[in-house]
Design a binder for this molecule. Structure first.
Ligand code: GLA
Length: 371
C-alpha cells in the first residue's frame, strides 16, 4: 500500500482507576473524539512528520532514532524505533500528517492514541501483520521508555479493541476481556475538563506504581504468599497485614483492592441495567482516589461535588491518571446544557479559568481507511 488514513480514538473509563498496572479489572470504552493520520510512502532517506494541530513538523532518518529534546517527537521516534530495532521489521520511508481532535492532557489518552495510530499506520503501510496484543506491548514500551510514564495496558488495549456503543471489561492480569453493551438509556457520558495540567503528573503517577509494588512485596513477605499483582490480594489478607504497612501504603493498597471489586460489580450492574447503583460506585471510586490514593486535585474534587445534589446526574468521579484532566459524569440528556452552563460559570468564578465540556459517545477504536 502506498498511502492510507488512520483514525485513532481517545478513551473514557467508567470505573477501575489505577488498577490496570495492579493486574485488576477496568471498564473503559473508546470514544468518538479522534486523531487522524495521513500516511504516504516516500522516496529518500528522511521521514517527514507534520502536526497540523501543533503547527510543527520535523524530519528524521531510521539511522538516528535516539530520544529527542522536543517532547512530542518522541511519540513518533519511539514507535519507529520499537518497530525497527525491537521487532526487527523493515519499514519504508514515509510522510505523516497528523490532525488531532482529542484534547491533550485531558486524561482521555491522547498519548496512547497518538502512538497506537503511528504503529498501526506503519504496519498497514508496509503490509505487515501484528496482533493487537503485540501492538499493545509496543505502545506500552514506548510510553515506559520514551515518554517516562510507567502505565498499564488500559489505554492502548481500549483504543485497539474498542467497539461502538460498548464498554470493555478487561482483566489486565491476563488480558481476558468482553464487550459490554453500554445501555445508558437517556443518560450520556459528559466529561468536564478542569484544564489543569500537573507538570509532575508523570512523576507522581510513577510514584504510585512504586508504592503499589512496595505494598505487594511487604504483603507477600509477611503473609508468606506469592501474589503476582496487588489486585489478587484478598481484602482479609491486606487487613491481617496492616501492621506491616505504613499508613500510606495501606491506603494505596486498600484503594486498589476495593476499586477492582467495584469494577467487577459495575460490569454486572450495567449488564442488569441498574444504572443508579453504578453511579453510587462512581462516587465511592472518587472518594478513594481523592482521599486514599491521593491522585485528585482541588479542581476535580470541586467539579465532582457540584454534581452531588442533582438527581439528573447519577454518578461522577475523576477519570484517568489524575492530578488534573477530566471528571466523568453520567447525566440525563435533557439536563446537559443547563448543568454545563451552571457548572462552568461557578468553576470560572472559583478558579478564574474555564472548564471545558466534552460529550463522549462510545465509538469504534482504531480504524483504517485505505486510499
Ligand atoms: C493513565 C494510564 C493508564 C491507567 C490510568 C489510571 O491513563 O496510562 O494505564 O493507569 O492512568 O487508571
Amino acid at each position: 500500500m502506498s498511502s492510507l488514513i488512520i483514525e485513532s480514538s481517545g478513551r473514557i473509563n467508567m470505573i477501575g482507576e489505577h488498577v490496570d498496572y495492579n493486574g485488576g479489572c477496568v471498564l473503559p470504552g473508546s470514544i468518538d473524539k479522534k486523531i487522524r493520520f495521513k500516511f504516504h510512502k516516500i522516496d529518500g532517506i528522511d521521514c517527514h512528520v507534520k502536526s497540523i494541530t501543533l503547527a510543527k513538523e520535523f524530519k528524521f532518518s531510521f539511522e538516528d532514532l535516539s530520544p529527542r529534546e522536543v517532547h512530542w517527537e518522541n511519540y513518533i521516534i519511539g514507535a519507529v524505533n520499537n518497530l525497527i530495532n525491537k521487532k526487527f521489521l523493515n519499514l519504508s520511508t514515509f510522510s505523516c500528517e497528523i490532525s488531532s481532535f482529542l484534547p491533550i492532557g485531558a486524561g482521555i489518552s491522547s498519548s496512547s492514541s497518538l502512538i497506537c495510530g503511528i504503529v498501526k499506520g506503519l504496519i498497514e503501510l508496509n503490509d505487515l501483520k501484528l496482533s493487537n496484543n503485540e501492538i499493545v506491548d509496543i505502545v506500552l514500551d514506548v510510553e515506559h521508555n520514551y515518554i517516562g510514564l510507567k502505565g498499564g495496558i488500559m489505554d492502548q488495549f481500549t483504543i485497539l479493541n474498542g467497539k461502538k456503543d460498548h464498554l470493555i471489561l478487561l482483566k489486565c492480569q491476563n488480558r481476558e476481556f468482553k464487550h459490554i453493551p453500554s445501555n445508558l438509556k437517556n443518560f450520556k457520558i459528559l466529561l468536564l475538563n478542569t484544564n489543569v495540567e500537573h507538570n509532575l503528573a508523570n512523576t507522581a503517577y510513577n510514584e504510585r506504581v512504586n508504592e503499589c509494588n512496595e505494598a505487594l512485596k511487604i504483603i507477600n513477605k509477611n503473609a508468606d504468599a506469592n501474589f503476582n499483582f496487588l489486585c489478587e490480594v484478598p481484602e482479609k489478607i491486606l487487613n491481617n497485614n496492616k501492621k506491616f504497612l505504613s499508613k500510606t501504603l495501606f491506603n494505596r493498597a486498600s484503594f486498589v483492592i476495593k476499586e477492582n471489586l467495584r469494577t467487577i460489580k459495575s460490569a454486572e450492574i450495567l449488564e442488569n441495567n441498574k444504572l443508579f447503583e453504578l453511579g453510587k460506585l462512581m462516587y465511592e471510586s472518587h472518594f478513594g482516589l481523592s482521599k486514599l490514593y491521593k491522585v485528585s486535585c482541588e479542581e476535580l474534587d470541586f467539579l465532582v461535588d457540584l454534581t452531588r445534589n442533582h438527581h439528573k446526574i447519577i454518578g461522577s468521579r475523576m477519570m484517568g491518571g489524575g492530578f488534573g484532566g477530566c471528571t466523568i459524569n453520567l447525566i440525563q440528556d435533557d439536563f446537559i446544557d443547563q448543568f454545563v452552563d451552571e457548572s462552568c460559570e461557578i468553576y470560572r468564578r472559583r478558579f478564574g479559568k474555564e472548564a471545558t465540556p466534552i460529550l463522549a459517545g462510545l465509538d469504534n477504536g482504531i480504524s483504517i481507511k485505505k486510499t
